[in-house]
Design a protein around this ligand. Structure first.
Ligand SMILES: Nc1ncnc2c1ncn2[C@@H]1O[C@H](COP(=O)(O)OP(=O)(O)OP(=O)(O)O)[C@@H](O)[C@H]1O
Ligand SMILES: [Mg+2]
Length: 385
């Protein structure tokens, strides 16, 4: 399953947004254009759908409350609304699921945020519509969505599970390298990839070996002198570690542990592992960081290859990126979403007909689309005089 359409109202710097989504989505835009804010919608839905320790109030709290979330560009209408469509394929005429949730502060001096709409459609048939009679009799019910309640989401459990299965990765190699000093404090849902070693440790040996073999094959080509990768447990402490061997090292003590890997090698391993781990949407923040341009240009192909080998159907990947090299090598221009900031918030759009034509005539996506995402006043920053 994948999310085939996203509609937003008053979400951070997007007053209005309505875009189709495919198997790959490359979100491109200048600094502060809203790339992370866009990916954050899917993290919000994930928290909403987590029946244990999640829910609407939690998702709002994590973001500093509704005032921080609601678009500053919103005028009279202060409601925040998210709507998504999900299907097995992008060609389905009627989406398998459609889910809409809207909320706003109650007002009247109370601090509560209430659900103002929650609707679920299954193949076009509406199976939930809130607020309903019960909600009207007891408004406290509106502090929660039905999505987060196992007693109330039985008819659309698949949807809740899909949202909850979303992975977000913005791997920070230093956090992984210094895991011991941070003494195992893992952030919820592990956005920075700190728990990579624990996740590797939690897979069966057969799965782990198969995945590491695929990673090793990629590293072979992208990391100079790299020769072997393996997973070990420390004999004394039992702590999980990755070890790699490089060709220039002597025979003795030739294995290096992850704290000695380069940042780029670790980021690449984290990325390649995440691609093989899980079924829900995968959100990748700037996968190009710490990586050599010669590797970055292969990222789109690498995503497609690893995901094509999956046995379990399609997996959607949403990538935020600045990288010219990465964007230049996107095969399907329809998978790009352009963020264009303006005085009234950021507009999001797929490439236009003219832009698509320019790409058909041989220009690459970076040449056609990147100039559209340049910050307007960069020359006036005063740094280059
Ligand atoms: N509620 C809101 N209303 C309007 N704008 C908001 C709101 N919340 C955050 N923003 C704006 O969104 C911008 C940050 O967006 P975001 O972090 O998504 O950018 P980005 O494209 O990921 O940038 P970078 O490339 O630097 O990571 C900031 O300029 C911030 O002021
Ligand atoms: Mg960002």
């Amino acid at each position: 399953m994948l999310i085939t359409r996203l509609k937003l109202k008053n979400w951070r710097n997007f007053p209005e947004l309505d875009v189709p989504l495919g198997h790959r989505v490359y979100v491109i835009g200048a600094n502060a254009a809203g790339k992370s804010n866009l990916l954050d919608v899917f993290r919000f839905l994930r928290t909403l759908a987590q029946s244990e320790g999640g829910g609407l109030q939690k998702a709002l709290k994590e973001r500093g409350g509704p005032k921080k979330l609601r678009s500053l560009h919103a005028r009279q209408d202060t409601e925040v609304r998210i709507e998504v469509e999900l299907s097995e394929s992008i060609h389905d005429s009627t989406p398998r699921w459609r889910y809409a949730v809207a909320f706003k502060p109650e007002g009247k001096g109370k601090q509560r945020v209430l659900v103002t709409e929650e609707t679920v459609w299954n193949y076009g048939e509406r199976i939930l519509r809130r607020p309903n009679q019960e909600d009207k009799g007891d408004t406290t019910r509106l502090t929660q969505t039905h999505l987060e309640q196992i007693n109330n989401n039985a008819e659309f459990r698949e949807l809740a599970e899909y949202f909850a299965d979303t992975t977000y990765l913005h791997l920070v190699p230093q956090l992984l390298k210094h895991a011991d000093e941070i003494s195992g404090r893992l952030m919820e849902n592990d956005p920075f990839g700190q728990g990579l070693l624990q996740r590797i440790a939690a897979t069966t040996k057969k799965t782990c070996d198969a995945r590491l073999r695929r990673i090793q094959k990629s590293l072979d080509k992208s990391v100079p002198l790299f020769s072997e990768l393996r997973f070990v447990k420390d004999e004394i402490s039992g702590a999980p570690h990755l070890e790699a061997r490089f060709k220039h090292w002597r025979e003795h003590g030739a294995w290096q542990r992850e704290d000695q890997f380069s940042d780029g090698t670790l980021r690449l391993i984290g990325l390649l592992w995440a691609l093989q781990d899980g079924d829900g949407a995968l959100l990748l923040e700037e996968p190009e960081l710490s990586l050599n341009e010669a590797i970055v240009e292969h990222i789109p192909l690498m995503l497609d290859r690893i995901l094509r080998d999956r046995k379990k159907g399609v997996r959607q990947v949403l990538v935020s990126t600045h990288s010219e090299k990465l964007i230049a090598n996107i095969e399907d221009p329809d998978s790009v979403l352009l963020l264009e900031p303006g005085d009234n918030g950021t507009k999001v759009r797929p490439p236009s007909v003219e832009e698509l034509r320019a790409m058909q005539y041989g220009l690459n996506p970076a040449e056609v689309l990147l100039p559209k995402t340049r910050p307007l006043q960069v020359e006036q920053m005063g740094l280059f005089a």
